[in-house]
Design a binder for this molecule. Structure first.
Ligand SMILES: Cc1cc2nc3c(=O)[nH]c(=O)nc-3n(C[C@H](O)[C@H](O)[C@H](O)COP(=O)(O)OP(=O)(O)OC[C@H]3O[C@@H](n4cnc5c(N)ncnc54)[C@H](O)[C@@H]3O)c2cc1C
Length: 110
C-alpha cells in the first residue's frame, strides 16, 4: 500500500503536472465498502462466496444457477438480466458463447 502521508504535494516534482498531481489514495477495502454501500442503497442484494455455475435464458429473463462455496445446497435465482462482469476468464462469457477478441496484453514494468 502506498502511504499518502509520505507524499508532499508541495514538492517541486509535482509542480505543473496538472490533475495527475492531485493524488488521492483510497485503500481497496475502503473503496469496496463505499461501492457496496452505494449498491445496497440502490436496492442491490450483495451475495458473497457464491459461484455462478450455469444459466438459462428465456423470453422473460434468466435463471441463474449458483453454488455457495461453503458446500451448502446449490440454488437458482431468477433475474431480468445477467451481467458478465466476472473477470477475464468470465464464466458468463464462456457459457454464453461470446468471443473474447483482442491481442495479448503487453506490459512494461519499471
Ligand atoms: C496483479 C494484478 C495487478 C493489477 N494492477 C492494476 C493496476 O495497478 N491498475 C489497473 O488499472 N489495473 C490493474 N490490474 C487489472 C485490474 O485488476 C483488472 O483489469 C480489473 O480488476 C478487472 O475488473 P473486472 O471487474 O472486470 O474483473 P475482476 O476484478 O476480475 O472481478 C471479477 C469478479 O468476479 C468473480 N467471479 C469470477 N467467476 C465467478 C463465478 N463463476 N461466479 C461468481 N463470481 C465470479 C471474481 O471472484 C471477482 O470478484 C491488475 C491485475 C492484476 C492481476
Amino acid at each position: 500500500m502506498l502511504r499518502a502521508d509520505m507524499l508532499d504535494p508541495a514538492d517541486p516534482a509535482f509542480a505543473d503536472i496538472g490533475p495527475a498531481g492531485d493524488v488521492g489514495l483510497v485503500p481497496q477495502a475502503a473503496l469496496e465498502r463505499l461501492l457496496a454501500d452505494r449498491a445496497r442503497q440502490a436496492g442491490v442484494e450483495l451475495r458473497r462466496q457464491v459461484e455462478l455455475t450455469g444459466f438459462e435464458q428465456d423470453d422473460d429473463g434468466v435463471s441463474v444457477h449458483v453454488a455457495p462455496t461453503d458446500g451448502s445446497a446449490p440454488e437458482s435465482v431468477r433475474a431480468a438480466w445477467l451481467v458478465g462482469c466476472d473477470g477475464g476468464r468470465s464464466a458468463v462469457r464462456k457459457l454464453a458463447g461470446f468471443d473474447f477478441p483482442g491481442t495479448p496484453p503487453e506490459i512494461t514494468g519499471y
